[in-house]
Write a protein that binds this ligand. Structure first.
Ligand code: 13P
Ligand code: SF4
Length: 398
């Protein structure tokens, strides 16, 4: 028997794991800090009643937003639920609410803070609810990328389009450089807009930070070829690209991805088709290109829900997105005779979305009801001004 050598890994130590455990503060990123209060015990049988009572005490002063990936125990207290786009719009539409409690992840709460008035306070019940994809593009890396594009002589032709799943700093960079934010429900409209900003034959898009959403939208929805896309790797000199490659590309995709949607593979699609004859495969556009290309339908979380609402009785569906949502939809539509299964064989929750649980929600609501503002998410004014520009361009897309 031979002993395997430990391979030399090209990996830098990162404080991320500790931060995800809530031990340190890094307010400039999607990573969190320790919860400052005394959380109720998860086994407290009165949690539901406590959340209800605190919310009732706060009345119209509080507005609770819930992303579709939230747990059932949390989503039951949401005044509105939605995908990233709908929640951004809904947050802005409640100027009378003093507190916006965001049951979602950090970048969503930042966007809500940017889009609401200065006297409204946005609260994230657990500050460690970040997003690993958003962490894949830092402000320093993106500034360096812009220098690379400038050196290659292409920056003037580039319009940045940043996915909502990015920090406020990246949104501000996007606003400053004439770009827009997009979500999975309007990515095609955002790209159409971006290519209209300059001479169509020479304009390029720098798409941040989800390479899959960028590639899927460009190739599947806009008819570009895979060769029109290059991937900029922030961990390589010059992004791992030559000036020639940058000049030839139409889409410069940042090398970021969602670890939850990245688990679905072509095998997952082939397996489910073999197991369930006649199944419809419906996936989120954060999935890899080969998964999206093999699927029957592709869309945001809101699109997925609407497609299942409209599906005929007796139809069968395999869904490629986060498990809290798929499980809730399977339970909701089973009485209507719609069979809904998770696309992968193994479970796949978004661990950071899952950090918002009932104890954190109860703690946040009770603190607010007692007059203690906790876990406020507040974007600094300069960042906010440019990030707002980019978010408002998205909200104004046709
Ligand atoms: P949507 O809700 O916009 O589809 O996005 C999914 C997601 O990954 C949010 O983090
Ligand atoms: Fe981020 Fe993926 Fe979780 Fe969405 S599902 S919050 S993109 S890690």
């Amino acid at each position: 028997m031979t002993t395997a050598q430990t391979p030399e890994l090209d990996v830098q130590p990162t404080p991320l794991a500790l931060l995800l455990l809530g031990r340190e503060a890094d307010p400039k990123s999607e990573r969190g800090v320790e919860c400052p209060g005394d959380l109720p015990s998860p086994s407290d049988p009165d949690l539901v009643e406590r959340a209800r009572a605190a919310k009732e005490k706060l009345g119209d002063k509080v507005f609770v937003l819930g992303h579709h990936y939230q747990r059932d125990e949390v989503i039951q207290f949401a005044d509105v639920t939605g995908d990233s786009f709908k929640l951004a719009r809904d947050a802005a539409a409640r100027p009378e609410a003093e507190y916006i409690v965001f049951c979602g992840v950090h970048f969503m709460a930042e966007s809500a803070d940017i889009l609401t008035s200065d006297d409204q306070k946005v609260v994230l019940p657990d500050l460690a609810a970040g997003c690993s994809m958003a962490d894949m593009a830092t402000a320093e890396q993106v500034a360096e990328c812009w220098d690379v594009l400038t050196e290659a002589g292409v920056a003037e032709q580039v319009v940045p389009v940043s996915y909502m799943n990015s920090s406020a700093d990246i949104k501000a960079f996007t606003g400053k450089h004439g770009g827009t934010i997009c979500t999975s429900s309007n990515a095609k409209r955002a790209l159409d807009w971006a290519f209209e900003q300059g001479e169509p034959s020479t304009t390029k898009v720098l798409f941040l930070p989800d390479q899959h959403l960028g590639r899927n939208t460009a190739v599947r929805d806009m008819g570009m070829s895979l060769d029109d896309c290059v991937v900029y790797n922030p961990h390589k000199p010059n992004g791992g690209l030559t000036a020639e490659q940058l000049r030839a590309a139409k889409m410069i995709l940042w090398r970021g991805h969602c670890s939850v949607h990245g688990r679905f593979s072509l095998d997952s699609v082939n397996d489910v088709r073999a197991r369930i004859p006649g199944v419809n495969v419906l996936v989120h556009p954060e999935c890899k290109h080969e998964v999206v290309a093999a699927a029957d339908y592709v869309g945001s979380t809101e699109y997925i829900i609407k497609a299942l609402e409209a599906a005929p009785t007796g139809s069968k569906w395999a869904i490629g997105t986060e498990l809290n949502l798929v499980r809730r939809l399977a339970n909701r539509f089973a009485p209507e005779g719609k069979e809904i299964v998770f696309l992968d064989k193994t479970v796949c929750f978004c661990s950071t979305m899952n950090r918002i649980d009932l104890p954190h929600l109860v703690w946040a609501l009770e603190s607010l009801a007692e007059g203690n503002l906790v876990n406020r998410i507040e974007v600094d004014k300069e960042t906010e001004a440019f990030a707002k520009l980019a978010l408002e361009r998205m909200l104004a897309l046709p």
